[in-house]
Design a binder for this molecule. Structure first.
Ligand code: SF4
Ligand code: SF4
Ligand code: FES
Length: 269
């Protein structure tokens, strides 16, 4: 979809025609510079922030760049900072925001801006290319893979990720220190590593995954502030369920000589 394409059906009035007036303060600009601009739009009483942006685009700012796709909290495209907090704009009801102040909408700060509310999130895709991949072992005698329900449940949470990059955006390790982008994969990718590490059918040597987490993904930079967990729209417990187990794995691999010896003798992973 072109960045400026207008979907007027997304701002249809509610049954009964109740509307609300919204004061928007939207960041407009490019990598070369920009500014916040004020607008007033009329939207459906139950509208979300993305509706207001679409109404703005349809009526006053046809060149406003805003990225979206599903308008249902499933694609992760519409991430932005609303009143300073990273959010999916399609899942943020205007009625949940203070009515007496403008709704301030800015692009995610951690990534370079392309135009208006559209950032360049290609950093994340470059990291994704470097990640270890799932390597299943041979199938069972009946030709099938088998996992217990407990094993399925343990990693199910991680597979809810919609790659909205809100956790990446809020993580201070890269948000405030862009020089760390070369050394730190970010919370979304710790979720991916944890999903692999806890997958009972994956055959990647666990010490290699631990080395990757430590040396390539930079899990040591994380100081467990839990900011990533707080903004995750899928309610993934990133810190407790992914990052801390990975850190424990790294410590085990590096510092536990008995575990190392036991694995050498038994061949266990
Ligand atoms: S818990 Fe770690 S990965 Fe998550 S935001 Fe804090 S420093 Fe970043
Ligand atoms: S872990 Fe949560 S916040 Fe991070 S990219 Fe996935 S869905 Fe978004
Ligand atoms: S438009 Fe798909 S998550 Fe918001």
């Amino acid at each position: 979809m072109a960045l400026t394409e207008v979907k007027t059906d997304a701002v249809a009035a509610a049954p009964g025609g109740r509307t609300r007036t919204v004061h928007l303060r939207v960041w407009r600009g490019t990598a070369a510079g920009g500014e916040f601009r004020d607008y007033t739009v009329e939207v459906d009483e139950n509208a979300v922030v993305l509706d207001a942006l679409h109404r703005l685009q349809a009526t006053q700012a046809p060149d406003l760049a805003v990225r979206w796709n599903c308008k249902a909290g499933r694609c992760g495209s519409c991430s932005a900072e609303v009143n300073g907090r990273p959010r999916l704009t399609c899942m943020t009801r205007l009625s949940s925001l203070p009515p007496d102040r403008p709704v301030v909408v800015a692009p995610m700060k951690t990534f370079p801006v392309i135009k208006d509310l559209v950032p360049d999130v290609s950093f994340n895709y470059e990291v994704a290319k470097t990640m270890p991949v799932f390597r299943p072992g041979p199938k069972g005698p009946d030709g099938r893979y088998r996992m217990t329900q407990a094993e399925v449940s343990r990693i199910q949470e991680f597979h809810k990720c919609i790659e909205c990059w809100l956790c990446q955006n809020v993580c201070h390790v890269i948000r405030d220190h862009q020089e760390n982008l070369r050394h730190f994969a970010g919370p979304r990718f710790f979720v991916r590593l944890a999903a692999l590490d806890m997958h009972p059918l994956d055959t990647n040597p666990r010490e290699e995954l631990a080395r990757f987490a430590r040396d390539r993904a930079g899990v040591g930079f994380c100081n467990i502030t839990k900011c990533c967990t707080e903004v995750c729209p899928e309610d993934i417990h990133i810190t407790d369920n992914a990052i801390i187990p990975i850190k424990e794995r790294v410590v085990d691999e590096r510092y536990d000589p008995l575990l190392w010896l036991w694995r050498k003798v038994t061949g266990a992973r």
